[in-house]
Design a binder for this molecule. Structure first.
Ligand SMILES: [Ca+2]
Length: 316
């Protein structure tokens, strides 16, 4: 079993990833921590509570702090054209959800949970890296106590999606991402190189038919996002965040490259992720002395989609 804290900014593809984690038999979801990105921290936290209630998820929800690690960074608007005004595809999520939040801020929840389960917790982070960086800043020793960190974010050998250089999760808090990538914990980065994986409309409607009410809600949430992607992919939705979750249970479906990873902070390539592959020799540089992390550069997309689809449809 993998004990997982899911750090998320729901978010349509976040919702799919959450249902995947909830339904996969090898995952024990021990916490949901919220971060801003697809919407404000108030909205993503409300959405996490909404999904917890709708899907009867036992794990507590802890709310993150709604500002970047460097509080001086200018705010960039929310991507309402992709995720809707409510962050969940404009399905009319109730304004208030009558469920309690964990009393701790997200980064403190992460520290406490990792310390209570040394060597056992996998952090899956599919929003900005803000909470993970704050947890490291408050308690650097947790880097040695976490089992693994799996991130959806970045773009190595392909262009970004928010600028030609940067992927949105990293671009949203580059200083935090650089802290996370350079810490002495094992990070695997599932970025745009592999998350171009597309679930067709037909596959999603098959999941909705087989997976009961929870899967039907997921399908309803996803329609707005699918309409947005109409001009970017042939048919269906890109399943960014679920790919990171699939990696945790089926790493053999991905190819990785080892090497230190840095994040550019500032300039026209703000938020760009650059890896120095271990196999390449360079004169002394800013990657030296940092741990080798894994960048995903290949995926068996068909097998990953089947894993995601079967997991979402099961367990009702
Ligand atoms: Ca996300």
């Amino acid at each position: 079993m993998h004990k997982v804290i899911f750090d998320t900014d729901p978010g349509v593809d976040d919702a799919m990833a959450l249902l995947f984690l909830h339904r996969h038999p090898a995952i024990e979801l021990v916490g949901i921590t919220t971060v801003f990105g697809n919407a404000s921290i108030e909205t993503t936290t409300r959405n996490a509570l909404f999904l917890k209630g709708a899907w009867n998820i036992a794990a507590p929800v802890a709310k993150g702090i709604g500002e970047t690690l460097d509080a001086g960074r200018p705010h960039v608007g929310w991507p309402t054209g992709i995720h809707g005004d409510d962050g969940l595809g404009n399905i009319d999520v109730p304004a208030q959800i009558d469920l309690p939040l964990d009393p701790r801020p997200a980064h403190r929840f992460i520290i406490d949970t990792v310390r209570a389960n040394p060597g056992q917790v996998t952090l899956i982070a599919v929003g900005r890296m803000t909470n993970l960086a704050r947890a490291l800043r408050d308690d650097p020793e947790i880097a040695t106590l976490v089992k693994a960190v799996v991130i959806m974010g970045g773009a190595f050998d392909v262009p970004g999606n928010i600028t030609p250089a940067a992927e949105a999760n990293i671009h949203g808090d580059p200083e935090a991402a650089d802290v996370v990538m350079t810490a002495p914990w094992p990070v695997t980065v599932i970025g745009l190189d592999v998350t171009k994986t597309v679930m067709s409309r037909a596959m999603l409607s098959d999941i909705a038919e087989r997976g009961g009410a929870p899967a039907r809600l997921l399908s309803d949430i996803s329609q707005f996002y699918i309409d947005f992607y109409e001009h970017h992919v042939d048919d269906g939705m890109i399943v960014h965040d679920s790919c990171a979750c699939a990696y945790v249970v089926a790493p053999e479906l991905f190819q990785t490259r080892s090497g230190a990873i840095r994040v550019l902070c500032g300039g026209i390539a703000d938020g760009q992720t650059i890896q120095k592959p271990d196999a390449r020799l360079f004169p002394p540089n800013a990657w030296d002395g940092f741990p080798s992390q894994q960048a995903c550069i290949g995926i068996d997309a068909e097998a990953v989609l089947k894993l995601i689809g079967d997991t979402l449809a099961d367990g009702n």
